[in-house]
Design a protein around this ligand. Structure first.
Ligand SMILES: Nc1ncnc2c1ncn2[C@@H]1O[C@H](COP(=O)(O)OP(=O)(O)O)[C@@H](O)[C@H]1O
Ligand SMILES: [Mg+2]
Length: 330
């Protein structure tokens, strides 16, 4: 599969130059930027531009799984490591050996796991859960987040030492509103892509709609643009889309949030290849629950009693839902 990285804006040209400079050095890359700005695209572009392109690109979404599942996903386990571990499961880090380990939404990684990841990156090896033999880390680590990590560090949600480990090369993705001149190019590309991948007919965007596209602020960035193009090509009335965009201009925040849920759903499905809708529901519900808890915890400065009260759950339920995090954070 190809992942073209479209754009002529000087910021995109700079990113292309940077990619060609670093793609044959195995230096950790941190991708920063709002949702939908193309962090996944650049991660894959790095991989495809590198000598590792024929080896695996493994992506793990650090926000979609609770602590213990994320830990076993990353590092694997050995038979008998815990009840139900009936056979050895290699971790994603192992699968990414000689390839790329893409840690998506790293800003959402629970603190105890941040400590473990730092340790693994420093020592270059780790044990599978329940294992005694060490596994060498030989993956190129690319991570990404839409968080403001310096704020997270200041507020104790992200480890500064891990940040320095991951942030050897920093790539900041510009929001679409700062490179609106690329919109026509992206629109053309997205139309062609739908034609090829979904066997759709040709489509022309009306000048009126183009004008609205150029005015809009795109809180969901290219992902949002892509969703509109798809709807238009599926037959949605362009006038309705125009009215919708004009109305959205007043509620960018709510929009941004709705889009990040779409994001989560596609990540959940994309990661596993085959997945039941029931599973998607469970994972999505857990994800939203986790986001809500994190949000209220930050509102209350980490006060768990207050948090439980606001969310109308018992302290014990909150404790359970926070899993290992509560212990490690004191
Ligand atoms: N520069 C680009 N060229 C082509 N497609 C892009 C570009 N940037 C983003 N996209 C498309 O927009 C959508 C969102 O991009 P993605 O990389 O998933 O964003 P992020 O990871 O930053 O949330 C994807 O469908 C992706 O293919
Ligand atoms: Mg992404």
């Amino acid at each position: 599969m190809e992942y073209p990285f479209i754009g002529n804006h000087h910021s995109i040209k700079k990113i292309r130059e940077l990619v060609s400079m670093v793609s044959d050095m195995v230096l950790n890359v941190l991708l920063l930027g709002e949702t939908g700005t193309g962090k996944d695209v650049v991660a894959r572009f790095l991989h495809q531009s590198s000598p590792r392109k024929n080896n695996k690109f493994i992506k793990v979404n650090c926000a979609a799984l609770p602590l213990s599942l994320l830990e076993s996903e990353l590092f694997g386990y050995e038979k008998g490591a815990f009840t139900g571990a009936d056979k050895l499961k290699p971790g994603r880090f192992e699968q990414a050996s000689d390839g790329v380990m893409f840690l998506d939404e790293i800003g959402d990684m629970p603190l105890p796991l941040q400590a473990k990841l730092l340790n693994v990156l420093q020592s270059g090896e780790y044990n599978r859960l329940g294992g005694s033999q060490s596994v060498k880390v030989n993956a190129w680590v690319i991570s990404s987040t839409n968080h403001d990590l310096s704020k997270d560090i200041k507020e104790g949600r992200f480890r500064e030492d891990l940040f320095y480990r991951l942030n050897v090369i920093k790539i900041e993705m510009p929001p679409l509103r700062e490179r609106k001149e690329d919109i026509p190019l992206l629109v053309d590309y997205l139309i062609k892509k739908n034609q090829q991948e979904l066997n759709m007919g040709d489509y022309n965007i009306s000048p009126e709609l183009q004008a609205v596209f150029l005015q809009y602020n795109w809180p969901g960035n290219i992902r949002e643009l892509s969703a509109f193009i798809l709807r238009l090509m599926m037959g949605d009335n362009p006038d309705n889309i125009r009215a919708e965009i004009e109305q959205k201009t007043s509620v960018p925040d709510i929009d941004g949030k709705a889009i990040s849920l779409v994001d989560a759903a596609s990540d959940i499905i994309g990661n596993s290849g085959k997945v039941s809708l029931k599973e998607v529901k469970t994972v999505a519900a857990n994800y939203i629950e986790k986001k809500a808890i994190d949000h209220v915890l930050s509102m209350t400065n980490g006060n768990k009693v207050k948090t439980a009260k606001i969310l109308k759950i018992s302290y014990k339920t909150l404790f359970n839902k926070m899993g290992g995090e509560l212990k490690a954070q004191g």
